[in-house]
Design a protein around this ligand. Sequence first.
Ligand code: 5AD
Ligand code: SF4
Length: 482
Amino acid sequence: MDLLIPDKVHDETRQGEALILEPVGKTNGRKLYIESYGCAMNFSDSEIVASILAEKGFETTSDFNSADVVFINTCSIRENAEVRVRNRLKEFAGAKFRNPGMVVGVLGCMAERLKAKFLEEEKLVDVVVGPDAYRDLPNLIEQVDGGQRAVNVLLSREETYADISPVRLNSNGINAFVSIMRGCDNMCSFCVVPFTRGRERSRDAHSVVAECKDLFDKGYREVTLLGQNVDSYKWSGQLAEGVEPLAVGDEITVVNFANLLEMVALVSPELRVRFSTSHPKDITDEVLHTIAKYENICNYIHLPVQSGNSRILDIMNRTYDREWYMNRIDAIRRIIPDCAVSTDVITGFCTETDEEHNDTVTMMDYVKYDFAYMFKYSERPGTLAAKRYADDIPEDVKQRRLAQIVAKQQEYSFYRMQARIGKVEKVLIEGFSKKSDKDYCGRSDQNAMVIFPVSENYKPGQYVNVLVERTTSATLIGTIVE
Ligand code: 5AD
Ligand code: SF4
């Protein structure tokens, strides 16, 4: 089984969550049910889909049995993600049997990967829509109403949905995801994303800043800038006031990720800025210096290593080697001494030997990650690895290697937590803790979950200083200090 440590970007507890919006203006009397799987980008896309359909008068419902349109926003990253969606579709079959007028649609990465094949394989599916075609949904639903089945899986070089401000009503009103780019141009050999999400494109920097400002004005206090590879963000246009242009004396210039981070950080010192995901080949010292310069850019970097062995990294087509990755870690430690680092690891990639796997283990010893998402390699049809290399590591070996790194990571997560005891953490209060309404919970700058007794002087959305007194393996526990 894959191990997922709870985190906001790949949040296991949100898988399959239904999105609910308040009705905006006129309704058309039809109800939309939409649930999402996969990464934060997918959850953010579902908000875009719901916003597009809310404009057309659809109301959302949390009960698929009473819905007129049922959408499932899918993930293809590993085989088990797809199996989960297939099983869920079986559950929708009963509802459709009782209500034959119901429109069932598959959105997202699996729709893009399987295209019209989905209609053959899953008889109850009426609409198949890829991640770049959501503006076409009202038309596609009309086609289905007219008795046809509909597919739009065109990928785009331009679509960023920049002008659609997603409505976020099932959020806590404090943290929000803001997508800054779409697609991916890195051809990691194991990965299906370049095929399902298309070419990389960056969103207008001003629309990103405007969305963050608007969120701040509505009371939000934390934004997470999202992209498959945020460090390669690049947009040509005019820089906001207070942001130094790259080319001196030139107002029209290229906004890179460091510039964008700075522009968002300048929205307000009270707005925390997070981002995901960084790529070891692209994360520059300039980005690290920008993080260090602004107190409100959080000291937390998700830097997927995938493997600690240079030969495996080469056949994964990651375009860096072990030394390069270690150099980036050294730069993080030098420029942002108190920075938490998390990672993604794949065990049992094609041809990986025990010695090569051991390089991943020693990389974990070197970095002592705060968190890690660890996966067994899962061959995805159409990827470079599927074409070039045999998936030749037996299941039990993959499992043994995974168990070894999971155990190792548990030690290091605990070590990182323990190191915070006696320290004062600045925490953004997110709400009551899951277990008790006598406690608040929130995150530290380094993204650790912190639990502490409620104080009447503070409300969710405010910052407090918490003295850490003890920890579990995933949570810091303490009390407010003034
Ligand atoms: N098999 C296993 N894990 C994968 N990932 C991506 N593709 C695969 C695959 N085919 C993991 C990588 C990536 C994370 C989002 O999912 O570690 O960083
Ligand atoms: Fe997100 Fe990748 Fe899954 Fe698509 S395949 S939903 S991009 S994690």
